[in-house]
Structure formats: C-alpha cells, structure tokens
Ligand binder design. Structure first.
Ligand SMILES: NC(=O)C1=CN([C@@H]2O[C@H](COP(=O)(O)OP(=O)(O)OC[C@H]3O[C@@H](n4cnc5c(N)ncnc54)[C@H](OP(=O)(O)O)[C@@H]3O)[C@@H](O)[C@H]2O)[C@@H](O)CC1
Ligand SMILES: Nc1ncnc2c1ncn2[C@@H]1O[C@H](COP(=O)(O)OP(=O)(O)O)[C@@H](O)[C@H]1O
Ligand SMILES: [K+]
Length: 476
C-alpha cells in the first residue's frame, strides 16, 4: 500500500478500464481473492491511521464496496476492536463476492446492527464504490449525512461514497483518508475529489499496474531544467505579455513578472492602454513596447491578461505570427465571441506553432458553448473536447487542473491549494507557461510543468504570509 504523493506520476484508470482489469484479475485468481485482499488492506489502513481507535463503524452498502467493508470488519473484530457493522441493502441480494464476505462475518458472530453506533472513533465508508451510478437518495443519502456529521476519522473504501470515480462530482462522504483499490481513479483528484477524498492511498491488490491502459495521469514533478554554463539570454527566449487594457494593467504586469522570474531571457510588456510608471515599479528588467512594432515571429506571447475588448484588435496578427502563444482570459473571451478568431486559432493549430489555452471553467464554458456546471461535471472530458475543437493544448484551471491535448492522455495536476483563489494568480500562470515555451518546452510539457510549479509554490508558501499574485510571481 502506498500513499499517493505529488513526487511522482501515477496512472489513473476510469471505471470502464478498472472493470476490465478487475474482470481479468479475478479470472486468474481463486474466487473472492481480490475482495479478501481489499478488506485486509482496508483493515490495516484503518489501524494505521487510527491506532488508538476503539469503536469502529463499518458502514456497508448493497454491492461489492460493501463486501470490502465486511471483510475489513471481520479482521478488525478479530484484532480486538469494537466493531459496529451496518448494512444498507438486502443481504439476500448481495453480489456473489460480497455475499461470501457477508457469510464470513456471520460465521464470526458479527451481525448487522440496525443503527450506527451513538459515537465512533473511525468510520469505514463502504457504502458505494465505482458502482455509484446516480445521485444519492434515501437510506444511502441519510447514511452519508450521518458520516459527514460524525466525529473522527473517515476511511473511504475505493472512493468516498457518492463521488463519481471518473469525474470527482456528486454529493458524497467527506473522507479523511481514501484507499483506492486495484487502480487509482481520476475523480479523486479533480472537481470535488480533493476536498472529499482527504489523503489518498493506493493498494494494487497484488495486480501489477498496466500503465499502458491508463485513461489519464496524475502528473509528477517536471524535470529540473539545467542551465548550461555557456548559455546567454538568447538561450531562454523572448516573452511578450500582451494585455492590460485601461484599469487592468496589473494583469499584464503579473504575467510579465512571472515570465521574468521563471527565467525567460527577455521580457516585453505590451500594454493595450497607456501605462504609468507605478505598475512596473520594481521591475526595471521589463521592456515596455507597443505590440505592433515587435517581431512577433520571434516571440512567445502570453496574450489576454486584462486585455478587455481591446485585445480583439491585436489577436488576428498574434494568432497568425506568434512563435508560441498562451491565450488567457480576455483573449479566450474574444475568441469565444468571434467566429473569425476561432477560425484563426484553428488555422494556427493546423500550421503547428505551439499554442496553449488556459481557461478557468467559465472561460472554457464560453468556448464550448455550454454552462460552467457542464464543464465542471466532467473536467477531463471538457478539457479534452476543447483541445480537440481548437487543435491545441488546454489547461483547464481550478482544483485539480486538467491538461489535455488531441491524441494525448489528459493529465491532472496534483499541486496547488485554495490559497491560489485570489485575483491575478491566473495571469501568473499564463506568464509562466510562456516562459517555459520560450525555453523550448513542447506545449503539453510547458502547460503541465507550469501548473505543477505554480501549485507547488502555493503548497510551500509560508504559513502566516499572504499569498498574493505579485508575490507568487516573484517566488517562481
Ligand atoms: N468484485 C471484485 O472483484 C472487487 C470489487 N471491489 C469493490 O467493489 C466495488 C464495486 O462494486 P459494485 O460494482 O458492486 O458497485 P458498488 O459501488 O458496491 O455499488 C453497487 C450497488 O450500489 C447501488 N447503487 C449505485 N449507485 C447508487 C446510488 N446512487 N444510490 C443507491 N444505490 C446505488 C447499486 O444498485 P443498482 O444500481 O444495481 O440498483 C448496487 O447495488 C469497488 O468500488 C470496490 O470497492 C474491490 O474489492 C476489488 C475487487
Ligand atoms: N482550490 C484551488 N486549488 C488549486 N488551484 C487553484 C484553486 N483555486 C484557484 N486555483 C488556481 O489559481 C489560478 C486562478 O486563475 P484564474 O481563475 O484565471 O484567476 P485570475 O483571473 O484572477 O488570475 C488557477 O491557476 C487555478 O488553477
Ligand atoms: K466507499
């Protein structure tokens, strides 16, 4: 069993792939073996995360997730814990593996209690796993509420009950720990998944991982970019931050500052309205230029940060000529609103120069012509669709940012936290992606590395010190 940490990449498997792997593994093993291993792993983890627990409530559901709970309950009881087991469902209708585990509990003298205990030290949430197919209702919904209102540690078996394993959506149990079995599920790491899963653990149940069948990846740290001793500023490329319409100059300055601090060779700031000295005080390295006069073919451009409606005017040339391009905020809104710009973006993608879109969910919804809720209902699918629609890399921001591109498996970024939910951090991300493109990274790697570094800076932010976008840019 391993704790899932951000220091390496992890393959993720959606429900369809997990079911295939489960079927194949079960066929090659004696009956009930996988569930026995799942129950033992669950009981061991319960003991490890709450060694002094006395009362353990094992809340079992009507399917095989409940079966894992029965197996775990039998072990914990044998190890001297006071176990209260509840079953939401009809014992006569349990699937075969769970029915076998149920009989084992009964043989050990462990009967189902009609009610949860009055109080408990640990709850093992074995109500629903990957078989969760609809919104929780009735008894299961009530039990999830009881779990969430209760004290102490909650260990979710496979996924927090109610959470959709593929998308991380749905009202669900709120676990302090989740033990993902056989495969790691993408929904644990995006949308509501991070909040609902707590610390995530993985047990392969003795079935070797089949990385080539992954449906997505949880990204690991980017390789450390080595700077050759005999390099010069031209080796790290030129970035231009284009944006900053009247009243929004700060956004473009943040992108430029991020590019500068991330190591770009030279950084131009191209405001779309006159800019005073104040916004760039403390950044003497920046060169302030009108975008119209710059050799766009040599520039890695972060475009749109605070661009207002003015950005529309410069976009056609930028789409046509920029060496590499990050499209953010108002550039994305302009493209969403104007078919000619959409055509320009597709034409650019067909020609092949690197392009990365960095929408937050509302911007993604505008580009896809749907609602934010629809984007969030399946973030992996939404990012992939957007990448396919425009033929480029998409970094869909938010908890568990998703990086997708046509023909590639999507990646979920494991770093970052809600301290990033403050104005301007998206502009910093756009500038960082542009700096990595300028240094020569391919667009998928640049987007994934930028999301990782941006989130990691927030994860290592000193307690008690304010995380502002300006400070984040300087910390890159
Ligand atoms: N078999 C094996 O080898 C292994 C299996 N493993 C374990 O099995 C788990 C998958 O088991 P599973 O397929 O039985 O699905 P599970 O999550 O228990 O739910 C199905 C039941 O819930 C019901 N139901 C669904 N949604 C509902 C809702 N919203 N509200 C109410 N009811 C709802 C659904 O009812 P139905 O839709 O059929 O009416 C059905 O009765 C997996 O996550 C892992 O923990 C591991 O041990 C590895 C080895
Ligand atoms: N809860 C969170 N967990 C991880 N990252 C987050 C969270 N909230 C916000 N972020 C990150 O902060 C940044 C916010 O970007 P954006 O929404 O464009 O804001 P702005 O336009 O103010 O710059 C994105 O990189 C997003 O992924
Ligand atoms: K569960």
């Amino acid at each position: 069993m391993l704790q899932v940490t951000a220091d390496r990449p992890w393959p993720l498997f959606d429900v369809a792939r997990t079911r295939e792997i489960e079927r194949e593994a079960a066929a090659a093993l004696p009956s009930h073996t996988l569930m026995q291993r799942a129950g033992l792993a669950t009981a061991r983890l319960a003991l490890a995360v709450a060694p002094h627990a006395n009362t353990v409530w094992v809340a079992c559901g009507p399917g095989n997730n409940g079966g894992d709970g029965f197996e775990a309950a039998a072990h914990l009881r044998q190890w001297g814990k006071s176990v209260v087991l509840t079953l939401a469902g009809d014992p006569a209708r349990l699937p075969p593996d769970a029915a076998a585990a149920w009989r084992k509990c009964q043989a050990a003298g462990l009967a189902a209690s009609a009610e949860p205990p009055a109080t408990w030290d640990v709850c093992i949430d074995a109500l629903l796993g990957i078989g969760n197919v609809r919104a929780l209702q009735g008894e299961l919904a009530q039990l999830v509420q009881t779990i969430n209102a209760g004290p102490g540690t909650v260990l979710a078996v496979d996924v927090p009950s109610g959470l959709a394993a593929d998308s991380g959506t749905g009202e669900s149990a709120r676990a302090t720990h989740t033990l993902s079995l056989l495969t790691l599920k993408p929904g644990l790491f995006t949308a509501s998944g991070r909040d609902r899963s707590g610390r995530v653990w993985f047990d392969d149940l003795g079935v070797p991982s089949q990385d080539e069948r992954a449906s997505a990846w949880l990204a690991g740290p980017p390789p450390v970019a080595e700077r050759l001793h005999a390099s010069h500023k031209g080796s790290y490329g030129d970035v231009a931050a284009v944006g900053g319409a009247a009243g929004m100059s700060g956004a473009a300055v943040l992108a430029a500052s991020a590019a500068l601090h991330a190591g770009a060779g030279r950084v131009y700031l191209c405001p779309l309205a006159p800019i005073g000295a104040a916004p760039i005080a403390g950044l003497p390295e920046l060169m302030v230029r009108d975008v119209a006069g710059l050799p766009l073919e040599t520039l890695n451009i972060a475009c749109g940060c605070g661009g207002g409606s003015e950005v529309r005017g410069v976009l056609p040339e930028i789409l046509r000529r920029a060496k590499s391009l990050v499209l953010d905020a108002d550039a994305l809104n302009a493209i969403a609103a104007e078919p000619a710009l959409q055509h320009g973006l597709r034409r650019r993608s067909e020609r092949g120069p690197p392009t990365v879109l960095t929408p937050h969910p509302l911007e993604a919804a505008r580009l896809l012509g749907c609602t934010t809720a629809e984007v969030q209902a399946d973030r992996l699918r939404s990012a992939t669709s957007l990448g396919e629609r425009f033929g480029c890399v998409v970094l869909l921001k938010g908890s568990g940012s998703v990086i997708a591109a046509p023909g590639q498996l999507p990646r979920i970024n494991p770093t970052g936290n809600a301290r990033l939910a403050t104005g301007g951090t998206g502009d910093v991300l756009a500038g960082l992606v542009a700096a990595l493109l300028a240094a020569g990274a391919d667009p998928m790697s640049a987007a994934a590395a930028a999301a990782y570094r941006h989130g990691s800076a927030a994860d290592h932010w000193p307690e008690g010190s304010a995380l502002t976008a300006g400070a984040l840019a300087r910390a890159l």
